[in-house]
Design a protein around this ligand. Structure first.
Ligand SMILES: Cc1cc2nc3c(=O)[nH]c(=O)nc-3n(C[C@H](O)[C@H](O)[C@H](O)COP(=O)(O)OP(=O)(O)OC[C@H]3O[C@@H](n4cnc5c(N)ncnc54)[C@H](O)[C@@H]3O)c2cc1C
Length: 385
């Protein structure tokens, strides 16, 4: 109800996968409001992903959160979705001769994180994806348990669970002001009205530093990096359904089957201000060239292209925890390129820490500490300058 003061325990700003998953995990235990600026929940980065679950892809804290998300993603609560969230895909990290040492490094990381993997010859890689050029691909590392994610079902599942638990979820409800007083935080909403709660969860994606600014806090230095993706036809006659997702070991491109076609990405990381991102033709054209050096994939036309902002903290680890600079201001940000696959565990971590509890035991057992993901790591660095 606009214009009326409502009290909640927690206000979550942003209803992308981060805000939606946090609402799902918190709403059984707290009175939760979710406020989203756009008129659709997945309008920004969440609706623009490549929909891959590949725990090996990403720095150590994300590997842990992705591994710890597996159980929820494979066996969510009854009625969560109609379709399975994860379906088999596999990832093939490919390398030219000079890049073979990088495959060894990746294998070492996989071993350390307990992620199943297999090192393959060029020929073995071509058996999985026959268009790879023999003169280019000298070896590969397969991550056989990587999966496709039904992102829309997962996102809607989180929102449905939150609603079922009584969460108040609003679209077209941009937070335009944040004030702290005796009663906690009051969030002023565009179009009038305000809501209040002792705890704010900042799940605003590329806008997380902007939201901190509304609360009078200094930015943490989160950087949105633009990433492009596009869809092309499958090579004529190729049976692509069982192909793995293929990624160049130095991430100069990747491609994966997507509903009978191929999704391709230059894996670009162009720093940007928070905005409604769009693709550049040149970025797409250069990607096609790089991909075709490695794989015999004709490209007659680009069927569709898009871009989204992957937002990273300076150390590329997630930011989950209370800000030491303001009471009750909690961050759930910096998900980078791993926010969907890590969402279930990241949300459990956010739920526990925002309720004043310790890290979930399974996440702690995998080696993650609250300090590694706390926003305090940036505040301390700033105060020492
Ligand atoms: C091309 C591409 C490929 C990717 N591939 C993968 C992949 O394969 N696997 C994977 O796990 N991840 C992938 N990612 C990354 C993943 O999409 C992100 O990590 C994730 O979606 C981030 O979710 P979020 O909820 O933090 O951000 P968002 O989805 O951007 O949500 C933040 C929301 O906050 C809202 N907001 C901002 N300010 C305000 C305000 N003042 N008031 C109210 N609302 C506000 C915004 O409108 C937005 O809806 C990919 C990303 C891209 C771009």
């Amino acid at each position: 109800m606009r214009g009326v003061m409502r009290d909640f325990d927690i206000i979550i700003i942003g209803s992308g996968i981060a805000g939606a998953s946090a609402a799902a995990m918190l709403s059984a235990r707290a009175r939760v409001a979710v406020v989203e600026r756009e008129n659709a929940h997945g309008y920004h980065t969440t609706g623009r992903s490549a929909a891959l679950y590949s725990p090996l892809y990403g720095p150590a804290p994300f590997r842990i959160l992705s591994v710890a998300s597996h159980e929820f993603l494979t066996t969510p609560p009854a009625g969560f979705t109609e379709n399975p969230v994860l379906t088999p895909r596999g990832v093939l990290n490919i390398a030219i001769q000079a890049q073979l040492p990088l495959l060894d490094e990746l294998a070492e990381g996989a071993r350390a994180a307990g992620i199943p993997h297999r090192q393959l010859s060029g020929e073995e890689a071509r058996a999985l994806c026959p268009v790879l050029r023999p003169e280019h691909v000298a070896g590969a590392l397969a991550e056989p348990d990587a999966m496709d994610i039904d992102v829309e079902s997962l996102h809607q599942g989180y929102l449905r669970l939150a609603r079922r638990n009584g969460a108040d979820i609003r679209l077209e409800a941009a937070v335009i002001g944040l004030d702290h007083g005796a009663a906690g935080w009051t969030a002023s909403l565009a179009g009038g009205g305000a809501i209040s709660a002792p705890v704010i969860i900042n799940a605003a994606g590329a806008w997380a530093d902007v939201v901190a600014g509304l609360a009078g806090l200094a930015p943490l230095g989160l950087t949105p990096l633009k990433r492009t993706a596009f869809i092309i036809e499958a090579p004529p006659g190729a049976e692509i359904a069982a192909w793995p997702s293929v990624i160049d070991i130095e991430e100069s491109f990747y491609f994966k089957p997507e509903a009978g076609r191929l999704l391709v990405s230059p894996a670009d990381e162009t720093p940007a201000e928070p905005h409604d991102a769009w693709p550049e033709d040149l970025t797409v054209a250069e990607c096609v060239e790089r991909m075709q050096e490695a794989a015999d994939i004709p490209v007659r036309r680009i069927i569709r292209s898009w871009a989204g902002l992957r937002t990273f903290a300076p150390d590329r680890a997630p930011v989950i925890g209370f800000d030491p600079a303001a009471p009750g201001f909690f961050w759930l940000a910096g998900q980078g390129g791993y926010g969907v696959q890590s969402s279930a565990a990241a949300a459990r971590v956010a739920a526990a820490l925002s309720l004043g509890e310790a890290l979930p035991a399974d996440v702690a057992a995998l080696g993650l500490t609250a300090a590694q993901i706390s926003p305090a790591r940036f505040r301390e660095a700033a105060s020492q300058l």
